[in-house]
Design a protein around this ligand. Structure first.
Ligand SMILES: NC(=O)c1ccc[n+]([C@@H]2O[C@H](COP(=O)([O-])OP(=O)(O)OC[C@H]3O[C@@H](n4cnc5c(N)ncnc54)[C@H](O)[C@@H]3O)[C@@H](O)[C@H]2O)c1
Length: 254
C-alpha cells in the first residue's frame, strides 16, 4: 500500500455501499489507503463514523439502500463505485415473506442499478471509471432456502455485464467478484444460527456445512477480497470487464 497523495487513486473519488462492516469496510480502507476520497455509505451511521475517524479520506454517509429515493440523493461524482451492501434471509419458498424478498432485491439489485445509472455520466465525462460489484458464489450457483439472495446476485451479474458493454467505449469497466464464505458478521450470524438449528458446534458448522463444497478449507478474510478489488482498479484492469471473478476456494471448479 502506498502514501495517499502518491497512491494510484489520488484525485479519484469512490463510493462503497455497506462500508460499515466486513467486506465493504475492508474495501473502503483499501481505497482510502490507495489515495481515493471515499464516500462510505451504510444504514448504520455509527459504523461508518468509526471507520472515518481512523482512516483519512473516508467520509461517512447514512443511507438505507432499500429506500430508492434516498439512493438517488447519494453523491454521483464518483470514479470507483463498489456495490457491496447486502443481507441474507433463509426460508423455504412457500414461507418466504414477499416483503423481505422485495427489500433484498431493492438493496442488492435496484440500488446498484440506480447508483450505476447516476455515476456513469461522471465516469464517461472523465473517460475512466470502475464499477466493482461484490456478488457471490451465489451469483453463479444456487442453494436452497436463499431465493431472494440468489435471485438478487444473479440479477447483479447481468447488470454488471450490461454496464461493461455500455461502458467500454468510455473507459469504464464493470466486474463481479464472487467469493465463497468470508469471515464477516453476516457469516458469523449464520454460523451461530446453524449451530443452534443443527445442535452442533460452530467449528463443525464451518467444517461440515460451509466448507464442504470448497477445496481450500478455510473462511476467506475480508482483506483478501479488498486486495482482489484493488486489482480491478489497478494498472492491469483496463481490459478486465464483464467478468465474474471467482474467489471461492475452488467451489465452482466442481
Ligand atoms: N460474507 C460472505 O461470506 C460473503 C460471501 C459472498 C458475498 N458476500 C457479499 O458481500 C457483501 C458484504 O457482505 P459482508 O459479509 O461484508 O456483510 P456484513 O453484514 O458484514 O456487512 C454488510 C453491511 O451492509 C450494510 N447494510 C445492510 N443493509 C443495508 C441497507 N438497507 N442500506 C445500507 N446499508 C446496509 C450493513 O449495515 C453492514 O454494514 C454482501 O453483498 C454479501 O452478499 C459476502
Amino acid at each position: 500500500m502506498s502514501d495517499r497523495a502518491s497512491g494510484p487513486l489520488a484525485g479519484r473519488t469512490a463510493l462503497v455501499t455497506g462500508a460499515g462492516s466486513g467486506i465493504g469496510a475492508a474495501v473502503a480502507r483499501r481505497l482510502a489507503a490507495d489515495g481515493a476520497t471515499v464516500h462510505a455509505v451504510d444504514i448504520d451511521l455509527d459504523r461508518v463514523h468509526a471507520l472515518a475517524e481512523d482512516h483519512p479520506g473516508v467520509s461517512p454517509v447514512q443511507c438505507d439502500l432499500s429506500d430508492l429515493a434516498a439512493v438517488d440523493a447519494l453523491p454521483a461524482d464518483v470514479d470507483v463505485l463498489v456495490n457491496n451492501a447486502g443481507r441474507q434471509h433463509v426460508s423455504a419458498l412457500p414461507d418466504f415473506d414477499p416483503e423481505i424478498f422485495s427489500q433484498i432485491l431493492r438493496i442488492m439489485l435496484e440500488a446498484p442499478f440506480r447508483l450505476i445509472r447516476r455515476t456513469l455520466p461522471h465516469m464517461y465525462d472523465g473517460g475512466w471509471g470502475r464499477v466493482i460489484n461484490i456478488s457471490s458464489a451465489h451469483g453463479l450457483r444456487a442453494s436452497p432456502f436463499k431465493s431472494a439472495y440468489v435471485s438478487a446476485k444473479h440479477g447483479l451479474e447481468g447488470l454488471s455485464k450490461v454496464t461493461a458493454l455500455e461502458g467500454a467505449a468510455h473507459g469504464v469497466t464493470s466486474n463481479c467478484i464472487n467469493p465463497a464464505y468470508v469471515r464477516t458478521p453476516l457469516v458469523e450470524a449464520q454460523i451461530t444460527d446453524q449451530a443452534r438449528t443443527h445442535g452442533i458446534g460452530e467449528d463443525e458448522v464451518i467444517e461440515k456445512i460451509m466448507l464442504t463444497p470448497v477445496a481450500v478449507k478455510r473462511l476467506i478474510e475480508p482483506d483478501e477480497v479488498a486486495e482482489f478489488a484493488a486489482l480491478l482498479y489497478g494498472p492491469a484492469s483496463a481490459s478486465i470487464t464483464g467478468s465474474s471473478l471467482t474467489q471461492d476456494g475452488g467451489w465452482s471448479a466442481r
